[in-house]
Design a protein around this ligand. Structure first.
Ligand SMILES: O=C(O)CCC(=O)C(=O)O
Ligand SMILES: [Fe+2]
Length: 333
């Protein structure tokens, strides 16, 4: 099995083609050149990128990142390992099957009707890597090595992007968040089967992600976003070599609502699809609150503090079934 970089983006070779384009109107997603955020970039170039990030975060809650420095082989290695895992016989995956959200590794199959698959999910923590990797699957044999290499590089990109986003909020280039580097990285590795029925079947329902940002790698189209609480949806088309980045609940909290977490979902289509969402925040029990620099008389504090453990308790207690999302539960209204 090989992974090739087709013009449409990262594609697992045995997956079906051609890629479809969804019919709804498409939003042009701003493209951020990560190379221009690096130290050797000129001040003018860097400030122009920070301004682009600000506009993207305010208007859309997402952007694409190019020139991120993660090699094609690292990316294709991780996608291949994910694909091989999902194609293992069910009995090889079931050792990870659990509904206990606190497990370090968890496998879940969302099925419908005659056991038709809607989505297979493998979720595990990744940062600090040495703490979590001993729990990861050993089948396929290169899973730990290849997924580990990808996770490590994505974690570094994520930290720099979070600081760039904070700079775009006017916090200055030297703003520091204690323990961000040791914060949580949760990898949600998703597999969606081929199912090209119209209207498209939903593989993953509308939600916002926990954490500051999510970095999403995907083999083909299927991601949709909404800016009106799920009333209408826009497809996000993949872009060759680019990573999709969107804001999560805790960026909304940090920024005192200046930036909002992006609502998104995934639909099935005319190819098998793999997506890997790397979700970045602070560690399990660390509380995240609004930054004091973003609170004043005109902008009173709008959110309660919370940690990842609080989030897990919120979703395990079935609170979100009443229609209230985690972020809504944090708003002081
Ligand atoms: O598959 C996708 O495009 C989205 C995945 C996602 O939103 C998630 O895993 O949280
Ligand atoms: Fe998500």
């Amino acid at each position: 099995m090989g992974v090739n970089m087709l013009t449409g983006g990262m594609s697992v070779a045995h997956l079906r083609s051609p890629r479809i384009r969804y019919e709804a109107a498409t939003t042009q997603i701003p493209v951020i050149d990560f190379g221009l955020l690096k130290q050797q970039s000129t001040v003018t170039a860097r400030s122009a990128v920070i301004e682009d990030i600000k506009n993207a975060c305010q208007k859309l809650g997402c952007f694409h990142v190019v020139n991120h420095g993660i090699s094609k082989s690292v990316i294709s290695g991780a996608l291949e390992a994910a694909s091989s895992f999902f194609h293992l016989p069910p009995e090889k995956k079931s050792e990870f099957e659990s509904f206990d959200l606190k497990k370090p590794v968890r496998y879940e199959a969302a099925l419908q009707g005659n056991n038709n698959k809607l989505r297979l999910l493998l979720k595990h923590y990744a940062n600090p890597l040495r703490d979590w990797i001993p729990f990861w699957p050993q089948n396929p044999p290169n899973y730990r090595e290849t997924m580990g290499a990808y996770s490590k590089e994505i974690q570094q990109v994520a930290v720099q992007l979070i600081y760039a986003i904070l700079e775009s909020l006017g916090l200055g280039p030297n703003y520091h968040i204690t323990n961000l580097e040791n914060g949580m990285q949760l990898m949600a590795v998703n597999y969606y089967p081929y199912n090209n029925t119209a209207p498209h079947k939903i593989g993953l329902h509308a939600h916002t992600d926990y954490g500051f940002i999510t970095i999403l790698l995907q083999t083909c189209d299927g991601l949709q976003i909404s800016h009106n609480n799920g009333n209408t949806w826009q497809p996000v088309h993949i872009q060759p070599g680019a990573l999709h980045v969107h804001l999560g609940d805790h960026m909304e909290v940090l920024s005192n609502g200046r930036y909002k977490g992006l609502m998104h979902r995934a639909v099935l289509g005319c190819e098998e699809r793999i997506s890997m969402a790397s979700i970045h925040g602070l560690s399990m029990n660390e509380k995240v609150g609004t930054l004091k620099e973003l609170v004043d008389e005109q902008h009173p504090k709008r959110y309660r503090e919370s940690s990842f453990t609080d989030f897990l308790e919120f979703i395990s207690s079935g609170n979100n079934c009443g229609g209230k999302s985690f972020i809504q539960s944090l708003r002081n209204v």
